[in-house]
Design a binder for this molecule. Sequence first.
Ligand code: NAD
Ligand code: LMR
Length: 332
Amino acid sequence: MVKAVVAGASGGIGQPLSLLLKLSPLVDELALYDVVNSPGVAADLSHISTKAKVTGYLPAEDGLKLAMTGADIVVIPAGIPRKPGMTRDDLFNINAGIVRDLITGIALYAPKAFVLIISNPVNSTVPIAAEVLKKHGVFDPAKLFGVTTLDIVRSETFSATVLGKSDPSIFNVPVIGGHSGDTIVPLLSLASPAVEVDDATRDALVNRIQFGGDEVVQAKEGKGSATLSMAFAGFRFAESILKAVSGETGIVENTFVYLPGIPGGDAIKAETGLDFFSAPVELGASGAIKIENILPKVSEYEKGLLAVAYKGLATSISKGVDFIVKAPEAKM
Ligand code: NAD
Ligand code: LMR
């Protein structure tokens, strides 16, 4: 029996992501948690004729506890999205506290669950989650993931566009680093099939992958950021976890993880100086079983991109860690 929880289930990402989970044969129970409207979303989804039993919870009457208890996987798209002109870091002041409180609920009621963080800024919210779980003595690095799959999805789509291919799903382009602007590092030199383009086209493609989120924020004109493509990406990652748990082997996803806790992570930490990094991670029944160090394979041009990414990541990671470590008054 697999119980999945969506925290932030009534939002722009939460609703379509909950729909996709409701459609999945890998989910038996789906608990929807939000500060508004989750019973309504749950009632709506519960009429769909698939097997997952759907329930909805608000904070009142121990809603967080009831939603989280027994969870195998918790996906978190709770928090505010960007408006034009904002960076993801501008969301920190509100979303940091939201993530801290939800992770506290996971630490108390579902300490063995896989935790997938979508809420921005991912480069800081994942370190926040790790610190909260550490404070409660339940941190398992193999089970905490920052969801960076949308960058992979965009790299597939935009590479296909540039090369005039009709099916983006044939592309496999590693995107490493973090999830914001120039911390997003697409490795076109390692793409399969090869993405062979002139330098100007390469620069434009890299820039589009790095700043694809801004494209959607601008197009939505103040009504939020990517939701439907994110629901697709979030479900793709959640489904990979569920498949690995059910015994499927050889599944690899790029995701933002705590390096020292995962086999292979020390080599990346030694090269980057960072505790958290997104790279190809092999998934198994216990979560992240290995992280691949592809840094020795990157091109000179990509080394330049990485040097910039390391600086931004170091700042965002420290900001997240400090939010918990240097705030003893934090609600835990
Ligand atoms: P949204 O405003 O449409 O939905 C957010 C939901 O979170 C709302 O329903 C809100 O009620 C709920 N919420 C707020 N506080 C909560 C709490 N304490 N507990 C539970 N739920 C709470 O926003 P959205 O467009 O769905 O985006 C959500 C987040 O995902 C944003 O931070 C956005 O930046 C981020 N995002 C990340 C990626 C990524 O690639 N990782 C992609 C897109 C968006
Ligand atoms: C994205 O990449 O679309 C998300 O991180 C949302 C945003 O703020 O751009």
